[in-house]
Write a protein that binds this ligand. Structure first.
Ligand code: NAD
Length: 378
């Protein structure tokens, strides 16, 4: 049984699905590990490191035949359609994969008679926690968001009581207290800031408070949806939420936004005027920039100024810490494959609810309804 790790093709993607230090955990499953030459370069993992860890290094020129021979292909981003078309029938492709966006890849994997398991769709149940790559990567992005803000703020995060006088701590406001938001809160707290947070799910209040931050309660209905996710706001509620949040934002030195809705455009929580009302020198970090933005006018991958406030739009944020992001991702891959590699064979068994949840394509059959509709629409 062979697992192949191709190098990532998307510009800005610096992670890799398997690191040299995690090769052994795949070998223990009974898998021979092959890695495309150069795949670990952005993580400071050389071909020699992979070879020393027991992996076979595949030169770029041999990749197509290696794809055809692999039982499992593991990547961070979905395979591009040409690579997906080169995998053999029955091969299991494991990666992040959006059922509605990565339509060409899904078609190609189906056309090859292969299987696609997506980390976008692993059920959020306790048994699958070790396979939850959305969580592991959100941890990285939340941590980065707080560091980016601290780095750009012209003032300290912590309280300092010095002989020259007292410096008050920075006030950090986090909107969206899911995995990334909670990690941003934890990191900002560790740096000594005074942190408050808001989320439309009241269930997040206890988690926010347990980190020593203040939970902001607004006089609005909750939007707790199914599976612990938030529901979409009506435009009327969104406008009222913005109105109620405006004074909290104006009083903050740092604003970090992390709000998301599964499979949808991110909600717009903050207008440009609300950002401009912050003190000069304040910093806003929008982790949702790539999916539409929580802050009106934020630009993914760029820093823009709204008046005298700097707005940092996140792009490929997990790739800004590629080594640990890859290490965690690699362990998610290994855990998911623990369900797939059984008794010396590779099988995606959809009687297991985790596999059933994340199998977008099964042996050429597009099982995911949203993906099927998207492929039919072309
Ligand atoms: P997410 O990335 O989908 O969204 C981030 C946060 O934005 C969420 O907390 C959401 O409530 C919030 N949000 C959405 N719209 C908002 C708005 N208009 N204003 C303010 N905030 C808004 O969330 P996530 O981090 O993927 O977590 C989603 C859920 O899954 C949470 O309930 C989390 O506790 C749960 N979870 C469970 C497990 C597990 O059991 N294995 C693992 C991870 C997360």
């Amino acid at each position: 049984m062979r697992i192949l790790v191709p190098s990532e093709l998307v510009p800005g993607e610096r992670r890799v699905a398997v690191l040299p230090q995690t090769v052994a955990s795949f070998t223990q499953l009974g898998l021979d590990v092959s890695v495309q030459s150069g795949a670990g370069a952005h993580c400071f993992a050389s071909d020699a490191d992979y070879s020393a860890a027991g992996a076979t290094v595949v030169p770029e020129g041999d990749l197509t035949s290696a794809l055809g021979q692999a039982d499992i292909v593991a990547s961070v981003r979905p395979l591009d359609p040409a690579r997906a078309a080169a995998v053999g029938a029955g091969t299991i492709c494991v990666s992040f994969l959006s059922p509605t966006i990565d339509v060409a890849t899904i078609s190609a994997i189906a056309g090859a008679g292969a299987t696609a398991l997506s980390f976008d769709l692993v059920p959020r149940i306790s048994r699958a926690q070790s396979m939850d790559a959305l969580t592991s990567q959100a941890l990285v992005t939340g941590y980065r968001a707080a560091l980016v803000a601290a780095d750009r703020l012209p003032t300290f995060f912590p309280l300092f009581m010095t002989a020259a006088g007292t410096i008050q701590p920075a006030k950090v406001l986090v909107l969206g207290a899911g995995v990334a938001g909670l990690q941003a809160i934890a990191t900002a707290k560790r740096l000594g800031a005074k942190v408050s947070a808001y989320d439309v799910r009241p269930a997040s209040a206890d988690e926010v408070k347990s980190m020593g931050a203040t939970f902001i309660t607004l006089d609005l209905e909750s939007l707790e949806g199914s599976g612990g996710y938030a529901r979409e706001m009506t435009e009327e509620r969104a406008a009222r939420q913005r109105e109620l949040l405006a004074p909290y934002i104006a009083a903050s030195d740092v604003l970090i936004t992390t709000a998301a809705l599964p499979g949808r455009r991110a909600p717009m929580l903050v207008t440009r005027d609300m950002v401009e009302a912050m003190r000069p020198g304040s910093v806003a970090v929008d982790l949702a920039s790539e999916t539409g933005g929580n802050i009106e006018g934020s630009v993914a991958g760029e820093e823009v100024w709204f008046g005298q406030v700097r707005v940092w739009g996140g792009k490929d944020v997990a790739s800004q810490m590629p080594v640990h992001a890859s290490q965690l991702y690699s362990m998610n891959v290994r855990s998911l494959l623990g369900l797939v590699v059984q008794d010396g064979a590779v099988t995606a068994d959809v009687s297991d609810e985790v596999i059933a949840g994340c199998a977008v394509v099964l042996d050429g059959d597009i099982r995911n309804e949203a993906a099927r509709a998207a492929v039919q629409e072309g």
